[in-house]
Design a protein around this ligand. Structure first.
Ligand SMILES: Nc1nc2c(ncn2[C@@H]2O[C@H](COP(=O)(O)OP(=O)(O)OP(=O)(O)O)[C@@H](O)[C@H]2O)c(=O)[nH]1
Ligand SMILES: [Mg+2]
Length: 279
């Protein structure tokens, strides 16, 4: 059986190295995507929480549905967890910095680690914390390859590569690709990931986001027919005028993951996405 998540060597090495440095940290910030705060939990989340205080940061607040983000924050607060949501490209993190200072020992600077699955915004968050563009940020998963220390604004911060669980269910792996956190091309194909996304959005009544942005209705004949219509709308055609489904799927996934289609939240605290309920 092929892999259902992309798990290159830098993830295995990063995980080992991360646990070596955790002992020297005062607190850990776990970054998750506000569009799916349960699905995008780090596989290291529980283990880290047993070792150090963990603060949750929900990234991409600007791409999620605000009322649903408020429900998630309320959910975490009720479960006794500290969680804050940001547009990491714009917002200042003063409230979060104040929260982290609670863990600073009196004799030295605060030491914080930033963890999370690929492409959730860890490096962008770290840059905001140290006050400069210290760590490289990029639209594709797998930008940060190693565990690295950065200093700035009275805090020492460790960036880490995005780490996935090596064994993840196929449907969960595909759903992570919708948010840009897993490599669709490595785990199956752009097409299979896009078809699952079409089925999911249709089933949840969320297709309106795509229809509003691109004017393509959900085709009752099924996801393949809808992908075909998307391909025509996006001009992904091969000679002879038929649709290049792979190219259409790739464009659709990239637009969805980057939030260009509009705000959308995929799950709520009382109905988290799992291998059992995903298409
Ligand atoms: N609109 C928006 N984009 C964001 C936000 N947070 C992160 N991004 C974008 O998401 C992409 C990934 O950001 P990175 O900081 O490189 O993510 P990472 O978690 O370090 O990724 P890896 O190192 O590859 O695991 C970049 O294009 C960011 O600009 C946010 O709150 N809003
Ligand atoms: Mg990074």
């Amino acid at each position: 059986m092929g892999r259902t998540v992309w798990f290159p060597g830098h993830m295995a090495r990063g995980q080992k190295r991360l646990f070596e440095v955790v002992a020297n940290l005062d607190a850990v910030v776990e970054v998750r995507d506000a569009r799916a705060p349960a699905l995008t939990a780090s596989p290291l989340s529980e283990r880290l929480a047993r070792m150090k205080p963990v603060v949750l940061v929900l990234s991409r607040r600007d791409l999620a549905e605000e009322a649903k983000t408020v429900r998630w924050l309320e959910h975490f607060r009720k479960s006794g967890r500290t969680a804050l949501a940001f547009n990491l490209r714009q917002d200042r993190f003063d409230a979060l910095k104040a929260e982290l200072q609670r863990y600073k020992p009196s004799h030295r600077d605060l030491r914080v680690g930033v963890v999370g699955i690929p492409n959730v915004g860890k490096s962008l968050f770290l840059n905001g914390l140290v006050g400069r563009n210290a760590s490289r940020v990029g639209a594709l998963p797998g930008i940060t390859r190693g565990v690295e220390w950065f200093r700035g604004q009275g805090v020492l911060v460790v960036d880490s590569p995005g780490i996935l669980q090596a064994r993840t269910g196929l449907k969960t792996g595909r759903a992570l690709s919708w948010l840009g956190c897993n490599r669709a091309d490595v785990i199956g194909s752009f097409e299979s990931c896009a078809l699952a996304l079409i089925a999911f959005l249709g089933g949840q009544g969320l297709w309106t986001v795509v229809e509003k942005a691109w004017g393509v209705p959900l085709d009752p004949a099924g996801p393949e027919a809808t992908l075909d219509a998307l391909g025509r709308r996006l001009g992904c055609l091969v000679s002879g005028g038929s649709v290049d489904a792979g190219a259409a799927a790739r464009k659709f996934l990239e637009s969805f993951a980057s939030g260009r289609l509009g705000r959308v939240t995929l799950e709520l605290p009382d109905a988290p996405l799992t291998e059992e309920n995903l298409p």
